[in-house]
Structures are given as C-alpha cells and as structure tokens.
Design a protein around this ligand. Structure first.
Ligand code: FES
Length: 171
C-alpha cells in the first residue's frame, strides 16, 4: 500500500518537476485537452444544427412521397356541412378545402397557394378563396387563380357525397 502511494507521489513530483522544467509541454497538454473538448462541442453543435436542417431539406421529398401514396380521403359526417361553408382537412400531408356551395354543389381543392405555398382560406362573405400572404385569390368552384400573384390554379379533387360521409379522391 505504501509502495503504491510512494510511487504515485513520485510520479506527481516528477510531473510537477517536468512542468517546471518545460512549461510549454505542460501548456501543450492543457491546450490539447481544450482542443479535444472544443472538437467534441463543435461536433455536438454541428449535429444539433445539422439534423434539423437535414430534416427540413428532406421533408419535401418525404411529403411528396406521402402525398402520392394517398389516393382518397373519407370525411365522416361532412355530408351535413352547411351550404356556403368550407371545411379544412388534410389530403395526405397537404391542407385541403372541402366547400359546400350555396347552390348545393361541392368542391374540394388543395389549400396550398401556388405562389409561395401559404395555406389559403375560404371566405364565406365573398364565397371565394383567398391567400392572406400576398393577396392571391382563387375561384372557389374551379380553383382558378383569378387575381394576385398565384401563377397556377389550385389542384381540384373529385368529391362524392353519400349519406354519412364525403369522399375526396384524386382527379
Ligand atoms: S403565397 Fe399566396 S399569394 Fe403569395
């Protein structure tokens, strides 16, 4: 036991002596330690920043794959949607609008603005679809872009109304 303590004391004395004799070597060791810790922290930071960026960039691909997989959405009880109103739902991962027009016709459209991707909304007062990001407007029956910056119409779905549900499927 005392041999071990003596040996450790000798090593400590030797290390202190070495440090006294060569302070640069001791500094290098401390510097090396700081560099290793700095490297680990940099990697952790890069991972913390990089992973969300990777997920953000890969999301459109995953979204379009999911979107392509969905062919039809069943909306229970929406056959009772009052005339002149709309219901927002998701077709795959995309927000979409089911509209029950005042003349008892139905329309379902994607609710993603073709300008810059904002979610559009049905305006019950004007019976039109509006995008509040830059003032784009669409026809609620056809999805045609009628004013503002949107370059294309909204995608239209096929709507089937039955007792107890509404089914929306790809055109
Ligand atoms: S994103 Fe809709 S008008 Fe610009």
């Amino acid at each position: 036991m005392s041999d071990i303590r003596e040996s450790t004391d000798r090593e400590n004395i030797a290390a202190a002596f070495d440090e006294e004799l060569d302070p640069e070597a001791a500094e290098f060791t401390r510097l090396g330690f700081v560099k290793v810790i700095g490297g680990i922290m940099t990697l952790a930071y890069a991972g913390a920043i990089g992973y969300p960026v990777y997920k953000y960039l890969s999301t459109p691909v995953e979204k379009s794959a999911e979107m392509a997989a969905v062919k039809e959405v069943n909306l229970p009880n929406l056959d009772k949607l009052p005339k002149g109103s709309a219901y927002m739902f998701k077709f795959g991962v995309r927000p979409s609008l089911l509209i029950h027009h005042a003349d008892d016709t139905w329309t379902a459209l994607t609710a993603v603005c073709t300008h810059m991707g904002c979610t559009v909304a049905y305006n019950t007062a004007t019976a039109g679809i509006e995008c509040h990001c830059h003032g784009g407007r669409y026809d609620a029956k056809t999805g045609e872009n009628i004013s503002g910056p949107p370059p294309r119409p909204l995608k239209k779905f096929v709507v089937t109304v039955a007792a107890g549900s509404v089914t929306v499927r790809r055109a």
